[in-house]
Write a new protein. Structure first.
Length: 92
């Protein structure tokens, strides 16, 4: 799992983040998602880590981090569950 924070009022686009493995990394949480009242700045659900070593880690990905926000990435997607009828699901 990777947690990336941006404590500035400007979004950070194409920020290279070190990761422990190559492959798809799924956005488990984006604190700027519209469901939380945010503007929707993010990674469209996932980023692709490549074999571009950074800081001693074997892989990295270019990540967009929202302003004053947090993005949590995982190599495993969140299993989808159904929200009760009439309620919005957090992944919408």
């Amino acid at each position: 799992m990777a947690v990336i924070c941006n404590m500035t009022p400007e979004p950070r686009s194409r920020l290279r983040v070190a990761l422990p493995a190559v492959g798809a990394w799924h956005e488990l949480l984006n604190s700027d998602a519209p469901v939380y009242g945010g503007s929707g700045v993010g990674n469209l659900g996932q980023v692709q880590a490549t074999a571009h070593p950074v800081g001693g880690w074997p892989a990295s990905a270019l990540v967009t981090v929202p302003p004053l926000g947090v993005v949590i990435l995982s190599p495993q997607p969140i299993p989808m569950i159904s929200a009760p009828e009439g309620e919005a699901h957090a992944r919408q």
